[in-house]
Ligand binder design. Structure first.
Ligand SMILES: Cc1ncc(COP(=O)(O)O)c(C=O)c1O
Length: 380
């Protein structure tokens, strides 16, 4: 462990779906059961299953009634929240991160709020939850919605509450690389009956009654995916324990190394989509290029250095305001995403050292040993 296991239990439930003759979500029993179990697991009242986390984020922006000319404060490391804002014609704004946890800095969130702000989408980077008590307090004081992007943080917790149970809406992903994978899929969590109903509409639940309800999407999760989801939830606690164990090998490998600083977040318990550290070698005479070269020679297979190497607002769709040209009319010319907008994110992203933790324990141990060797070589 940890390895992905799809076995007898999944096949048993899939067979039940197939034999029922009803594979779609409408009128099925597996999707409601998956939703109920997911809500219970995360300590929330409601969960609404969809076909991807992007669909959940999109629906959440709709719940925030953030449309053309409205602002949504987003994470500068990951582009997903900003894209969801653009799906609904809203304007993404960015609040810088904390350099140790990589999560949105609550002080920067407060600075970014204007009278046009409708929501904040806060990511729990690589599995470490953000400081949700501060974020919720600030956001609600300004009457803005808190959307938690929990794509990396299933069963992660902050101050003894699970990710997805802090904000107004939580968004989880079951895309292929995530801790729990259903091939694709997503789920929203919420404690609000009102949001649960709206999310359900956006997920396309009442297709046949949509004229009465207005315009919404078809983001439904089908019964086959939900059946596998139910089985995977049963396996999840063991998988998470394995990921935490693998992360410890990397923690141990960098112990005593002053220039690889593991991601930390006070009060947070990560479930490690990736184990992460910040490269600070220059202070010790090791350049980032040299580190990259040496890492390449060492032949890691689960290592990524620098993620996308740039903040979300430097991706063309945001920087060149490509989507605004179509969607936000005259707002396009008023939006600026200059270099240095989020200086901490700009500095930290290219220095992120990331190990994918979902691998057999033996492999994680080998990678961690290799990392220990690399540190020794570079310090000689
Ligand atoms: C932080 C984050 N949010 C959202 C998503 C989107 O998830 P999905 O592929 O399920 O739409 C991802 C996927 O990589 C992600 O990493």
């Amino acid at each position: 462990m940890p390895e992905r296991i799809y076995g007898k239990r999944e096949l048993e439930l899939l067979e039940q779906v197939l034999m029922s003759g009803n594979l779609g979500a409408l009128g099925g029993k597996f999707t409601p059961e998956f939703e109920e179990k997911f809500a219970k697991m995360t300590g929330t009242r409601y969960a609404v299953a969809m076909n991807s986390a992007m669909s959940v984020l999109h629906s959440s922006v709709i719940c925030a009634v953030a449309g053309a000319g409205d602002e949504v404060i987003c994470d500068p490391v990951f582009i997903f929240g900003a894209m969801a804002a653009l799906y609904n014609n809203a304007i993404p704004k960015f609040a810088d991160i904390d350099p140790a946890s990589y999560a949105m800095d609550p002080g920067k969130l407060e600075e970014a709020i204007t009278e046009r702000t409708k929501a904040v989408i806060v990511t729990h980077p690589w599995g470490f939850p953000a400081q949700m008590d501060h974020i919720v307090e600030i956001a609600h004081r300004h009457s803005i919605l808190v959307i938690e992007d929990c794509a990396h943080a299933i069963l992660a917790s902050y101050k003894d509450r699970y990710a997805g149970a802090w904000g107004d809406i939580g968004s989880f992903s079951f895309q292929a690389s995530k801790q729990m994978s259903l091939g694709d899929g997503g789920i929203a969590t919420t404690n609000s009956e009102e949001f649960a109903k709206q999310l359900d509409l956006n997920a396309g639940a009442p297709t046949f009654h949509s004229i009465g309800h207005g315009l919404h999407y078809n983001f439904r999760m089908n019964e086959l995916t939900s059946a596998v989801g139910i089985a995977q939830l049963e396996r999840l606690p063991d998988l998470i324990e394995g990921l935490k164990k693998n992360a410890k090998y990397y923690d141990e490998a960098v112990r005593g190394c002053k220039w690889l600083r593991p991601q930390i977040a006070s009060g947070a318990v990560s479930t490690y989509h990736y184990w992460a550290a910040t490269f600070e070698g220059e202070e010790f005479g090791i350049s980032l290029d040299r580190f990259r070269e040496a890492a390449k020679e060492a032949g890691f297979w689960s290592l990524n250095i620098g993620y996308t190497r740039m903040p979300a607002y430097k991706h063309p769709v945001i920087k060149e305001r490509l989507a605004h040209a179509f969607l936000c009319g005259d707002h396009r010319d008023k939006i600026e995403y200059p270099d240095g907008l989020c200086p901490v994110a700009e500095r930290i992203i290219p220095r992120m050292v990331l190990f994918y933790t979902l691998q057999p324990e033996e492999k994680a141990r080998e990678e961690a040993d290799k990392l220990r060797g690399l540190i020794r070589t570079l310090e000689e």
